[in-house]
Every structure is written in structure tokens, then in C-alpha cells.
Design a protein around this ligand. Structure first.
Ligand code: PHE
Length: 346
């Protein structure tokens, strides 16, 4: 093949010229012009190597790749040899390094921050972890059994209505509260239990500043022998003081949930100093922060635990509400919009 011969010829010519330049340098003569001419003659735009590359087009497509590789190898070898000829820049003519001002502040690295709901969630998890609670997670897509039936909701309970619950099919729905996890936990683990269960819940509500179709709750469940209402009150009060400060006052009002009996809501005393205090406490100074109660015997029966043997309490609270109170956030929609102007403040 003639390309082979051409390559060999160019290579031989180059080697001869290279030797001549090397000899000049070895004799202590200035060789830089000769080295530059060598580079131009072989690697320049109209040089010998470029000439060989131009011949590639005449080859058949089958021969072209192998020939191309050989030419590339030749070009690299020549380029390497030429650059070895060039002495490194001497100390004097090395271009001066750009002036570095080491006192300038660096470029800021943008850091994310933890979402306010996540912050509240981990605060609450930590408070309960310190008094022996562990954490349990359950599904967001649920059946009527776990979300309602096992929790002692009668078939005609209004919460089951399509108006309040997102149904995915006849039996599948998006959980309306984290209480579904009470059932999963009691099925999965043997009592005694002492757990909290955080998660997202969904309700078919019109979205406005005060309510949203999705929000987060933390559920709590304790199951043991001879658990008392006094223990429930003591634990909830301890929790409120850990979260809102040691002087926090609490009160329990009777309430109703199908899955607890008796049931209560816990309020904390918020105060009545500012207009905002008046507004959010509706003029009473008290704020409701959670629902709770003693586990209903029918709930124990639904998971095959003997209600004569086992006792327990449960509680549940909304995390967005907690975050809104803590930071004075006036609109629940902000939590779900991902607006950096909002998120950067936390
Ligand atoms: N599941 C109730 C709610 O969504 C809260 C609750 C939990 C009440 C546990 C009592 C016990 O409002």
C-alpha cells in the first residue's frame, strides 16, 4: 500500500531533520528557529502530515479507519519529538502569574436549608425519642379497613364521605390521618408499644390560607398493661413544655374521636398580648395543639388484642399548624409551593 511507503518516507525525513536540530542544540547553538521550522514543515497546515491526511479521502471506506489510526500515531510521535526540542521557558521569560488576591472573599457556595415542616418533625421526634418512643412509618395509600373500620368509624361516619376523603378506587383511598398506622403497628409488633408515627395525610378540602388538601401529622401510640389517662396527660404536658418552653401551661378539654374513649384535646396557653394573639386564639388566649385519648376497646379487638388485658393511649397533631405557630406563618399554602423566597428564611 502506498500510504505505508509515504508514512515511512515522511518519518525518515523527519528523523533526519530532527537529528540535525538535535546536533545544533548539543553543540550549544541556538536551535529554536530550526525547531520551529521543523514544526511548520511537518505539523503545519500545509505540512507533510497534513498532506498525508489529505490522501485519506482516496482510500476506500474499509481502509480508511486503519490508515487514519496510523496517521494519528505518526502525528503524535512527531509532535512529541518537536516539543521535546523546545527548552522550557526560562525563569526570566516565563509570563508572570496572574496576580492573586488571597484576601478576597471566596465565591459563595449556595446551601440548602431544612424545610420548616421537617424541622418541626425532627424536634418532635427527638422529644419523644428521649422518653423511650421509637419511630414507625406506614403507607399513604390505604384501605377503608385501616383508615376507618379498624379505628371504630361506623359505616355511616361523615368522614368516610367522598366530600372529605380522596378515594382512588372503591376501597383504596389516601389516608386522612396517621391513625391508620396505629393498626399497622399493632399488627406488625407485639405490645408493649411506645411509638410515634410521622407522615403525610390528605383531605378533600378547598385550599385556602388555613386549610390544604395535604398536610403532615405525627401520631403517637402507647400500649401496655394498666396505662392510665394520668400517664397520657403527664406525657403530653411534658411534650408541650419541651417544645414551647418549661413554663408552658396546658389544659385538657373533653372531645370525641371514634378510636379513643375518653378523648381529649390539649390546649396550650398562648397569651393575649398582641392583636395576633387575639386573632389566633379567638380571644381566649388558649390554642388547641393536639387530639388524644385512651385506645378504644374496639380498636384492640380489630387487631386481636384482648381489651381486658391491654390498655393504651394515642395522640395526633398537625405539623404545619405547629410550624405556623412557631414562626408566625399566616398561610399554609407556602409549605407546598417550594418558593425559595419562603424556604430561604429557615
Ligand atoms: N386522628 C386524629 C385527627 O386526625 C387525631 C388523633 C390521633 C386523635 C390519635 C386521638 C388520638 O384529627
Amino acid at each position: 500500500m502506498s500510504l505505508h511507503t509515504d508514512i515511512r518516507r515522511v518519518r525518515a525525513e523527519f528523523d533526519d531533520r530532527l537529528k540535525a536540530v538535535q546536533a545544533r542544540l548539543a553543540a550549544g547553538l541556538d536551535g529554536s528557529e530550526h525547531a520551529e521550522q521543523l514544526r511548520i514543515d511537518f505539523l503545519g497546515r500545509k505540512g507533510a502530515v497534513a498532506g498525508l491526511f489529505a490522501g485519506l479521502g482516496a482510500l476506500s471506506p474499509k481502509e480508511r479507519p486503519a490508515a487514519g489510526q496510523q496517521l494519528n500515531a505518526l502525528k503524535e510521535a512527531i509532535a512529541g519529538a518537536v516539543s521535546d526540542l523546545q527548552p522550557g521557558p526560562s525563569q526570566e521569560d516565563r509570563p508572570s502569574a496572574p496576580q492573586l488576591d488571597l484576601t478576597l472573599p471566596g465565591d459563595p457556595i449556595p446551601l440548602g436549608s431544612t424545610h420548616p415542616v421537617t424541622q418541626i418533625e425532627s424536634k418532635i421526634k427527638n422529644i419523644f425519642a428521649r422518653i423511650g418512643f421509637s419511630i414507625y412509618y406506614g403507607p399513604e395509600v390505604e384501605t377503608e379497613f385501616y383508615n376507618f373500620e379498624a379505628l371504630n368509624f361506623q359505616a355511616d361516619h361523615p368522614a368516610r364521605d367522598m366530600q372529605d376523603t380522596f378515594y382512588l378506587s372503591k376501597d383504596l383511598l389516601l389516608r386522612t390521618h396517621t391513625s391508620n398506622n396505629q393498626i399497622h403497628a399493632m399488627e406488625a409488633m407485639k405490645p408493649p408499644l411506645r411509638i410515634i408515627m410521622p407522615g403525610r395525610v390528605f383531605r378533600n378540602e378547598a385550599i385556602n390560607a388555613r386549610s390544604h388538601c395535604q398536610f403532615h401529622q405525627i401520631e403517637g401510640l402507647v400500649v401496655d398493661r394498666q396505662v392510665s389517662m394520668a400517664e397520657l396527660k403527664g406525657t403530653m404536658t411534658h411534650f408541650a413544655r419541651e417544645l414551647y418552653g418549661p413554663d408552658t401551661r396546658t389544659r385538657f378539654r373533653p372531645s370525641y374521636f371514634p378510636f379513643t374513649e375518653p378523648s381529649a384535646e390539649m390546649d396550650i396557653y398562648w397569651g393575649l398580648e398582641t392583636d395576633r394573639d387575639h386573632r389566633i386564639t379567638k380571644g381566649t388566649g388558649w390554642l388547641e395543639i393536639l387530639g388524644c385519648g385512651m385506645v378504644h376497646p374496639n380498636v384492640f379487638k380489630a387487631v386481636d388484642l384482648d381489651p381486658l388485658k391491654w390498655t393504651g393511649y394515642a395522640f395526633g397533631m398537625g405539623l404545619e399548624r405547629m410550624a405556623m405557630l412557631k414562626w408566625g406563618i399566616g398561610d399554609i399554602r407556602l409549605f407546598f409551593e417550594g418558593d425559595l423566597r419562603f424556604l430561604r428564611q429557615f
